[in-house]
Design a protein around this ligand. Structure first.
Ligand code: HAM
Length: 417
């Protein structure tokens, strides 16, 4: 019996992990630079948390959740996203208040039962931020800048920023009415999902990917034309801040995003280096969610980056950080039982100096051991055979030049330093 990885998931293997480590290191550095602190929440939460926040009529909640019952019959769900869990954790641990700005970031796996394809998996990874406590458009701008800075830090270019405003609880009902008015005529010819959305959540119709529905969706009215004064001012201010920062964007009227919690700003960053699944990150403002999940009325904004898609871009463009390339400094090539014992002893001492070192565990010939050292990228090899044991010194070989010198056992540490 052979087992394979579950459909829609992937093993991240040693040849790829250096890219992930590099990505994570750059992200962490940029997050700290912007004043964010990390949170780690459980992989599963109560199903209710996601249903409440993301919305029961969204595809994520209606079709894509990994939902299960635990042994006590409680309904739990593998997190499909991290905004709701961060709000839950922040409220539970009193991390947010109306008088302060709280900046949190996360990196980790998310789960959605989607149809797998290039750039779309059932287990994927997100790195994201959530900021609580301010409704200033300057914060939306800063969050977008931070998002772009993450990509800049990796040397990724050729990105597009899509921007929209979906309004607030004051002006959204007008927009919903306009949408219903627009779709009324044609809804009978649209897909079943759209017909349900028409009744319960017309905004979601804009998310439909069904080819037959596209023409009617294309002609739908834009939300920015029904914004109240407050939302319009907020959008104008945000655009002003982006201009000051020299950030280019396009207003995309269809950008309502697949989650119901957004208010005012929504944005998405796309890459030209990817295929159909070209959104490398998405986010926006969600001023009602904290209150909706039992807290005070505290505004918030955030985004999440799809890490697999970034890894794909890095792999294609060969933008790599040399430092992330793994390699050892020293390989101990030992022969004979005594040589092996001595090697074992020296290995421990050398590693205690913080020098990456390795030895042979298979009793290979010297020639074969030198080959292994080469494969591991060792800078030096230290050879210990019976002769060397007798002299209490080994031969230190510099791999790049093949230069050799005799170095006493007790002086090896010094020589390496
Ligand atoms: P989202 O747009 O659902 O937003 O996901 C953010 C990013 O995660 C997407 O742009 C995409 O790069 C990646 N992603 C989503 N689904 C998959 C998948 N099945 N396979 C691979 N990558 C995927 C959110 O999740 C919000 N929580 C973002 C946010 C944070 N809004 C405010 N704060």
């Amino acid at each position: 019996m052979k087992y394979s990885v579950p459909r829609g998931t992937k093993d991240i293997l040693p040849q790829e992990t250096p890219i992930w480590q590099h990505l994570e290191a750059v992200f962490r550095r940029v997050f700290s630079l912007f004043g964010y602190q990390e949170v780690r929440t459980p992989i599963f939460e109560s199903t209710e948390l996601f249903a409440r926040s993301i919305g029961t009529t969204t595809d994520i909640v209606a079709k894509e959740m990994y939902e299960f019952k635990d042994r006590k019959g409680r309904s739990l769900t593998l997190r499909p996203e991290e905004t709701a869990p961060v709000v839950r954790a922040a409220l539970e641990n009193n991390l947010i208040s109306p008088d302060n700005v709280t900046k949190l970031y996360y990196i980790g796996p998310m789960f959605r039962y989607e149809r797998p394809q290039a750039g779309r998996q059932r287990q994927f990874h997100q790195a994201g931020v959530e900021v609580f406590g301010s409704n200033s458009p300057s914060l939306d701008a800063e969050v977008i800048l931070l998002n772009l800075e993450l990509f800049k830090g990796l040397g990724i270019r050729d990105l597009g920023l899509n921007l929209n405003s979906v309004g607030c609880s004051k002006c959204r009902p007008n927009y919903t009415k306009n949408l219903q008015e627009h779709f009324k005529e044609n809804i009978k010819n649209m897909c079943e999902d759209c017909r349900t959305r028409f009744e319960h959540n017309p905004l979601r119709i804009l998310d439909c990917k069904n080819a037959n529905c596209q023409q009617t969706i294309e002609a739908a009215p834009a939300s920015i034309n029904t914004l109240c004064d407050e939302c319009r001012d907020h959008l104008n201010e945000l655009m002003k801040f982006l201009k000051i920062a020299g950030v280019e964007y396009v207003i995309n009227n269809r950008l309502v995003r697949g989650l119901d919690y957004y208010t005012k700003t929504t944005f998405e960053i796309t890459s030209n280096a990817l295929g159909a699944q070209n959104a490398v990150s998405g986010g926006g403002r969600y001023d009602n969610l904290v209150e909706q999940l039992g807290g005070k009325a505290i505004p918030a904004v955030g985004f999440a980056v799809g890490m697999e898609r970034i890894v794909e871009i890095l792999k294609k463009s060969e933008i790599r950080n040399q430092k992330s390339e793994q390699g050892i400094i020293l390989f101990l090539a030992t022969m004979g039982e005594e040589g092996q014992v001595k090697g074992f002893e020296l290995l421990k001492e050398i590693r205690s100096l913080g020098i990456a070192a390795e030895m042979d565990y298979l009793g290979k010939s010297l020639k074969a051991q030198l080959k292994v050292a080469d494969r591991l990228g060792a800078k030096y090899v230290y050879i210990i055979g019976d002769d060397e044991i007798a002299k209490e010194s080994g031969i230190l070989k510099t791999m790049a030049t093949s230069e050799q010198q005799e170095v006493k056992f007790e002086l090896l540490k010094e020589a390496l330093k």
